[in-house]
Design a protein around this ligand. Structure first.
Ligand code: AMP
Ligand code: GLY
Length: 425
């Protein structure tokens, strides 16, 4: 099989690594890929915002399977476009991806299907919003409806600042593009869990749970990022919780999408807040998470390509996913200044020594190759990922590998996994 992966980050590097391990796969192509992915796959340049260019790459390559990494091509309808041209592709259609691409759609869907989520109002005008805000108690969460690369959520300490934030979203002064609708939402407290499942449109298969670290600073301080690190353990969820989430959140979501004639095939990423009154949906993503995928795939023992094909073919109910027991962790190394502005082009050294640490895999999020030299090319640069029998050992391995790596301005959080470690008696 020849497999085409669309995307350029650490998630796609991990997907390429896992796909390559399948003995059915003879060739992996990644568009556009990055400097690290180029070591294990052939990379083809493409602009992920350009639907026609993506279609041209797929038609030229004629892969047996295409895997879509990021949300942007899903929102443009890449899955529909490739299916129309007779290609096999893993990911939701544009209509099904609305669970991620429109927060207003997702909230109304959750309410229609009685799936637990924060109380909310979807507003289309500033006047509507001013009225709705009166019934919420601060802090009030204000969300852009559309894709915002993690910058679309504002936690406001007063009604006045919530109204100002929403006005900024409506006029476009906050995100650059004006939002047609804005969601305001009750503030939820608890631990966040990334609960990812494969869905074949009817059945779901849970992947191992993980916990992301979205803020830039240690102790979860400072602005939101794409994710600075993640870990996965068997004890992340209380006993019975996985089944509860499947029964009350993931399965009703997939059933609801099928009933509404927009069956969801792909990765259903449930972003959950574990609150005092149980798990509540914070958001859906319609794709693999980044950096969740790096930690999750390091624990997958079964063939990823088989599992993705079972999703496409509606055979998930008969498919068993096996996972290595224990834990994995991914620590992200970022450029100085990220998530604000940062410089790129700095040489990355020490990768071979880092890769020699047992259990470690290094996935590149933003790197480029200049001749034989790898250089930084993004805000998030590397995801140093390790698996081990315990979380402590997985983290030790990841940090030991990280200590070998250098580039100008390298920054990483030293407290990945702190919530789990705190909980350990
Ligand atoms: P989202 O894109 O909806 O996941 O939001 C990004 C982040 O904002 C989440 O990962 C949470 O940390 C935070 N967040 C979103 N919604 C809420 C909420 N209702 N209450 C508290 N925090 C939230
Ligand atoms: N790590 C969060 C995301 O992939 O959206």
């Amino acid at each position: 099989m020849k497999v085409l992966i669309l995307g350029s980050g650490g998630r796609e590097h991990a997907l390429a690594w896992a796909v390559k391990r399948s003995n059915r796969v003879t060739e992996v192509v990644c568009a556009p890929g990055n400097g690290g992915i180029a070591e294990i796959a052939r990379c083809v340049p493409v602009d992920l915002r350009d639907l026609d260019a993506l279609i041209r790459v797929a038609l030229a390559e004629q892969p047996s399977l295409t895997i879509v990494g990021p949300e942007l091509p899903l929102s443009l309808g890449i899955v529909d476009a490739l299916q129309d041209r007779g290609l096999r592709v893993f990911g939701p259609t544009r209509a099904a991806a609305m669970l991620e691409t429109s927060k207003g759609f997702a909230k109304r869907f959750l309410q229609r299907h009685n799936i637990p989520t924060a109380n909310y109002a979807v507003c289309t005008t500033a006047a509507e919003l001013e009225k709705a805000v009166e019934i919420f108690h601060p802090p009030i969460v204000v969300k852009a409806d559309g894709l915002a690369a993690g910058k679309g959520v504002l936690i406001c300490q007063s009604r006045r600042t919530a109204i100002e934030a929403a006005q900024g979203l409506f006029t476009g002064s906050l995100l650059g593009e004006a939002e047609r609708q804005v969601v305001i939402e009750e503030f939820l407290q608890g631990d966040e869990i990334s609960f990812l499942c494969l869905s074949d449109g009817k059945h779901v298969a849970a992947l191992v749970p993980s916990q992301d670290h979205k803020r830039i600073g240690e102790g979860d301080a400072g602005p939101n990022t794409g994710g600075m690190g993640v870990y996965s353990t068997d004890t992340l969820l209380e006993p019975g919780m996985k089944e509860w989430i499947l029964r009350h959140i993931a399965e009703p979501t997939v059933r609801g999408m099928a009933e509404e004639d927009t069956p969801f095939v792909g990765v259903l990423y449930c972003g959950l807040m574990m609150t005092a009154r149980g798990p509540q949906v914070l958001e859906f993503n319609a794709r693999f998470g980044d950096p969740e995928t790096q930690a999750i795939l390091l624990r997958l023992e079964t063939d990823l390509v088989d599992a993705l094909e079972a999703s496409i073919d509606g055979r998930l109910a008969e498919t068993e996913l096996r996972w290595s027991p224990g834990a994995s962790a991914c620590v992200v190394a970022s450029s100085a200044g990220y998530p604000g502005s940062y410089k790129t082009g700095f040489p990355i050294t020490g990768l071979s020594a880092a890769a020699r640490v047992p259990g470690v895999q290094i996935f590149h999020s933003g790197s480029d190759r200049l001749g034989s030299q790898l250089v930084t090319a993004g805000g998030r640069v590397l995801g140093v990922t390790a698996a081990a029998p315990s979380l402590e050992e997985a983290l030790d391995r990841a940090y030991q590998a990280m200590a070998e790596i250098h580039f100008d301005g390298i920054y990483y959080r030293r407290d990945i996994g702190h919530r789990a470690l705190r909980r350990t008696p």
